[in-house]
Design a protein around this ligand. Structure first.
Ligand code: DGL
Length: 298
């Protein structure tokens, strides 16, 4: 925060566009902050990479947000980077910068939602193999079963999701429904059926599904259709935003006030700004413009 201004700058980082779902929740809860978002689109996906590579890439983005954009807080709006590189990110920036990941808030939201104490998690390969969700859920007293769903990120990136925006209920299936949507729905169905068979084999009685990847909220209407009625779906965006507000209240001594004007948003990407603007608005739920191309190095 600059001395002349009490308006904090929040740096938000993702490997791609998915973290814009988290930015959307942040803006809703803390609309008066300034936000700088970087999507490391040139190096996406992180979910199939090694811990060392993910940590190196994530630390570069974190430094960019702090050194170039003056971020006072960092929100790691990427489950894979939060699961594997949170400590590396903290080590890469001054200790005065609060770094918030999405895993702990997601596990806390799952605990609030689950009555049976058994929770399913879907995520990228790297997140699942880190077992970060299992560990965070265990501290919340929950049992978990995690499943990697590596086909889902490319389907979302390709735009093979519900035609318009986040959380819109899926129209009844008709002959005119786009065939791309049917492909995505089938992939989701196969993953979730496998997961529920594995859960039954392990004697779990899950009532909650954690979307452990920031791309998955765009699949929520499709996922809802496949899950047993009454299953709760956790998108950690909301609880991450609440955690940020907690930090803001702690540091500024007051909850954020509603902004009279639109929040100040700055966007950066490491690859095609055109694609970022086009796909990004779906994730953010408002137009994404003036995206600047940055080179974070190797
Ligand atoms: N942002 C990543 C996550 O939330 C998904 C995309 C990727 O694999 O880089 O896990």
């Amino acid at each position: 925060m600059t001395e002349s201004s009490s308006v904090p700058t929040i740096g938000v980082f993702d490997s791609g566009f998915g973290g814009l779902t988290v930015l959307r929740a942040l803006i809703a809860l803390a609309p008066q902050a300034h936000y700088s978002f970087i999507g490391d689109t040139a190096r996406l996906p992180y979910g199939s990479k090694s811990r060392r590579t993910i940590a190196r890439y994530a630390a570069q983005s974190a430094r960019f947000l702090v050194e170039e954009e003056g971020a006072d807080y960092l929100v790691i709006a990427c489950n894979t980077a939060s699961a594997l590189a949170l400590e590396d990110i903290r080590a890469a920036v001054p200790s005065s910068v609060s770094v918030i990941g999405v895993i702990e808030p997601g596990a806390q939201a799952a605990r609030r939602a689950s009555k049976t104490g058994d929770v399913l998690v879907i995520a990228t390969d790297a997140t699942v193999h880190s077992h970060a969700y299992a560990a965070a859920c265990r501290t919340q007293g929950l049992r978990t079963l995690e499943k990697a769903c590596p086909l889902l990120v490319p389907l979302v990136e390709e735009g093979w999701v519900t035609p318009s925006t986040l959380n819109e209920p899926l129209a009844p299936q008709t002959a005119s429904a786009p065939p791309q949507l049917a492909v995505t729905a089938e992939v989701v169905r196969i993953y979730l059926e496998e997961l529920s068979t594995e859960a039954a084999a392990e004697g779990l009685n899950p009532d909650t599904l954690v979307l452990g990847c920031t791309h998955y909220p765009l699949l929520k209407p499709i996922i809802e259709r496949v899950l047993p009625a009454g299953t709760k779906i956790i998108d950690s965006a909301q609880s991450t935003a609440s955690e940020l507000v907690m930090y803001l209240c702690r540091d500024l001594g007051a909850p954020p006030k509603p902004a009279p004007t639109d929040p100040i948003l700055r966007f950066f990407a490491t690859d095609s700004v055109e694609k970022f603007e086009r796909l990004g608005s779906r994730f953010l739920g408002r137009p994404v413009g003036n995206v600047q191309l940055v080179d974070l190095g190797g």
